[in-house]
Design a protein around this ligand. Structure first.
Ligand SMILES: Nc1ncnc2c1ncn2[C@@H]1O[C@H](COP(=O)(O)OP(=O)(O)OP(=O)(O)O)[C@@H](O)[C@H]1O
Ligand SMILES: [Mg+2]
Length: 246
């Protein structure tokens, strides 16, 4: 039986792909077959790259002076994490709906004269979940938990439909506690299982990073919570390895 996990987050650029890739590499290191899907991907420059707003992380690394720069897109990163070569065919399978504009999917699709169909996207996810070749599959949503997916649906509607446990990725920035609690309440209110909350250390942490799990538990989060410090994926793998994902 396929075990699917949805990777959702408080917002874009929070670390969903970082955590997803680390988890995929961890499973592979444990000898578990796994796969991934990023059904809808915005901001794709070409098959390989994605446009991103300049982030603090890259500024630190001394990257380009441009406000936007090009990095490997989520499909490529996920393919590499599962040990597959990111050929155009593989990218197409990993991220079937790709759009140029770095906007929420319905807005990005509209610029290309397209509309997104909720049932088609959900069906693609369901067929990936039904494929028995990969006992574990991660499905990465786009943007935040209630970012628009179509003109009438948000990512949360897709999660509700797929009925797979969610790993909710958040940060440690000022405001992250409220965003996390709001997201968890929204998931629970729709009957979605929260398999875990992962605090991916933000470029700037409000208060003490190690306090986040306690604060979240005290305010009603009952699932397991892990902290992933900024750093290499190997570091994230260790933190995720200590987590009980049920
Ligand atoms: N814990 C972390 N340690 C180091 N780098 C991180 C961490 N979390 C996120 N990053 C970096 O921050 C950037 C944004 O992270 P990521 O691409 O994983 O976000 P995302 O939530 O998947 O965004 P999107 O909404 O575009 O899918 C990436 O360059 C990523 O490598
Ligand atoms: Mg991502």
């Amino acid at each position: 039986v396929t075990r699917g996990y949805i990777i959702a987050g408080t917002g874009t650029d929070i670390g969903k792909t970082h955590i997803a890739c680390a988890l995929l590499r961890l499973w592979r290191a444990q000898g578990k077959t796994c796969s991934a899907l990023k059904p809808v991907l915005s901001g794709v420059e070409d098959g390989i790259a994605v446009l991103q707003a300049r982030s603090a992380a890259t500024t630190e690394a001394g990257a380009s002076e441009d406000a936007r720069f090009v990095v490997p897109n989520d499909a490529v990163r996920l393919l590499e994490a599962i040990g597959q070569t990111p050929t155009p065919e593989a990218v197409e399978k990993m991220a079937p709906w790709r759009f140029k504009a770095a906007l929420a999917p319905p807005a990005a699709a509209a610029l290309e004269g397209q509309a997104l169909d909720f049932n088609e996207i959900a069906a693609a996810c369901e067929s990936a979940l039904a494929r028995d070749c990969a006992p574990r599959i991660l499905i990465e949503t786009a943007g935040g938990l209630m970012s628009p997916l179509t003109e009438r649906h948000t990512m949360l509607d897709l999660i509700e439909r797929l009925r797979q446990p969610t790993l909710f990725i958040t940060g440690s920035y000022l405001g992250a506690v409220s965003h996390t609690l709001t997201g968890v309440v929204a998931l629970v209110s729709r009957g979605c299982e929260v398999a875990g909350v992962i605090v991916s250390e933000s470029a700037q942490t409000a208060g003490r990073l190690e306090d986040f799990p306690d604060v979240l538990h005290r305010h009603g989060v009952s699932s397991s919570i892990a902290i992933v410090r900024r750093g290499a994926e190997t570091q994230a793998m260790e933190a995720l390895g200590r987590m009980d994902l049920g």
